[in-house]
Design a protein around this ligand. Structure first.
Ligand SMILES: [Zn+2]
Length: 303
């Protein structure tokens, strides 16, 4: 059977919070079978917040979770790394309300988890299998999931910028054929320099810099080292989607398609799926008959 996963030992990281600008200490701790991904705010008495759509509270600039007034924000890149490595059970301790932004991608979280080591646990892993299509629309943007033998993301963005247009705004990744670790994990978040200045006047994005984002001028990329992938922009949006989808609580088997989607639309899509129990089921699989060629290379290599 395909088994649940955690990490082998605790590991620590330290980095800046993109909105607060504060240094944040984070510890990843192994967790038992059926624990799920749970955050623990050490600065407010160890309050726990489950990484699940039911606790999503804010989706404007990043995805934030809240439980009884205690919040954890910018969870999507960390969640994306856990989804990619198939980590079901883990405790994430933080001493602030934000996950550190690191370099703006999920690669540092992949590295951190892999340096702790991935461990299989003696219990079958549940997959979130899409049985019927679910679609939501907001003005001209839309997001959809449909049944698929594996895990695939197809996304088109429409970002008015010369460099983004040149690099390609549409991409489809089937994770059985393409490695998340190689093709997606290093893609960084991006934005206009002028927007960062506006946000900082509102006390937001205080930790944002060219160390953790691609900064755009009106017509160019300002980072000295340029881009990590030719189509890094759309790849980062796919990284975000993989993280947002993991708030279903289990690895998805299905095809996500989107046009101009963001954290808000992803949150609404997840709520719509969870509200219609006939559109999905939780399933376990034997290795041999799994549609889980899904992430195969990354999953095998990380054990
Ligand atoms: Zn992002």
């Amino acid at each position: 059977m395909i088994k649940q996963r955690t990490i082998k030992k605790s590991v620590k990281a330290r980095g800046i919070g993109i909105h607060s600008g504060n240094m944040v200490n984070m510890t990843l701790i192994p967790a038992k079978i059926d624990h799920g991904v749970v955050f623990r705010r050490m600065d407010v008495g160890g309050k726990l917040i489950r990484a699940h759509n039911a606790f999503v509270n804010e989706v404007v600039l990043s995805t934030s979770l809240e439980n009884k007034g205690v919040k954890v924000s910018t969870v999507e890149h960390l969640m994306s790394a856990f989804a990619a490595l198939g980590i079901d059970n883990i405790l994430v301790e933080l001493d602030s309300f934000e996950v550190p932004i690191m370099d703006g991608s999920s690669a540092p979280f992949i590295f951190l988890s892999q340096s702790a080591g991935i461990e299989e646990q003696d219990a079958p892993k549940n997959f979130f299998v899409i049985r019927k299509p679910v679609k939501i629309q907001h003005k001209d943007s839309w997001a959809k999931v449909s049944p698929y033998e594996g895990f695939k993301v197809t996304l088109e963005i429409d970002f008015e910028h010369k460099k983004v247009k040149e690099s390609g705004q549409k991409l489809s990744i089937d994770f059985a054929q393409q490695s998340y670790l190689k093709e997606i994990s290093r893609a960084r978040t991006f934005g206009y320099m002028r927007d960062v200045e506006t946000l900082q006047r509102r006390n937001l994005a205080l930790g944002a810099s060219m160390d953790n984002a691609i900064a755009l001028s009106d017509s160019d990329v300002l980072n000295e080292d340029g881009m990590r992938y030719q189509n890094e922009f759309v790849k980062h949006k796919i990284l975000d989607i993989v993280g947002d989808l993991y708030l279903l609580g289990n690895n998805l088997i299905g095809h996500y398609e989107g046009y101009k989607t963001g954290h808000l639309l992803n949150d609404q899509l997840l709520s719509a799926i969870l509200d219609q129990p006939d559109t999905w089921s939780l399933e376990t699989f034997e290795e041999k008959d799994s549609p889980i060629k899904f992430y195969s290379e990354d999953w095998q290599n990380s054990l």
